[in-house]
Design a protein around this ligand. Structure first.
Ligand code: COA
Length: 169
């Protein structure tokens, strides 16, 4: 049987409930979802690649326990061109979440470039759910830095991880 494999790429610094929403919904449209955790040195992430991968894996265990995943899932770090990572993993589609109009231009550029690099790979966009329209990893880190409550936006172990960084600084 022909299985559709999708890649959901991101920096996940850290993974948020907004990402989890997209992941569980994406799992309804593909047979296998690969979460590609980008090294992304451009962004100078707060968490190391290993830490980000671990946080994503822990959140996936949680989603699977809640039976929110309809497909197989795998978490894989990458440090190369997204389209090469997609091909190497035999995927057919790239999944991206769209929050607000402000995401559109960047996403449009990335999707167009990726299509130009390989016309066999499509990008599929899922609209973020209302309650997660406004969150981003940076905003969550900033709220945490000033002692705000981030519990509605990240899982409990991600929250503990962020808190432990602020306690040690
Ligand atoms: N809920 C919450 N936040 C969301 C979200 C959602 N549904 N969707 C996106 N975001 C946020 C992220 O938290 C992140 O916030 P931050 O900027 O505050 O950290 C931001 O939106 C977008 O980040 P991310 O999803 O990590 O995407 P990106 O724009 O940084 O792109 C890659 C990351 C990995 C997809 C891209 O850099 C890439 O493909 N890299 C590989 C190299 C390559 O192929 N480059 C050419 C691409 S054409």
């Amino acid at each position: 049987m022909h299985r559709i494999i999708g890649v959901y790429p991101g920096t996940f610094d850290p993974i948020t409930c907004g990402h989890l929403d997209i992941i569980s919904r994406a799992s309804q449209v593909v047979d296998k979802l690969i979460i590609g955790v980008a090294h992304n040195a451009n962004k100078s992430p707060l968490f190391s690649l290993e830490e980000r991968v671990l946080m994503v894996k822990q959140d996936m265990e949680f989603l699977q326990k809640k039976s929110s995943m309809r497909s197989e899932v795998e978490v894989i770090p990458f440090n190369n061109l997204l389209i090469d990572f997609v091909i190497r993993n035999h995927a057919k589609v790239i999944i991206r979440g769209l929050r607000a109009v402000s995401d559109f231009e960047h996403e449009f550029q990335m999707a167009s470039m990726n299509l130009r690099l390989n016309s066999q790979i499509e990008t599929i966009f899922l609209m973020a759910t209302d309650k997660y329209q406004f969150i981003s990893s940076s905003m969550i880190k900033e709220v945490a830095r000033f002692g705000g409550d981030i519990s509605p936006f990240v899982s409990s172990h991600v929250m503990d991880k962020i808190k432990s960084i602020h306690q040690s600084t």
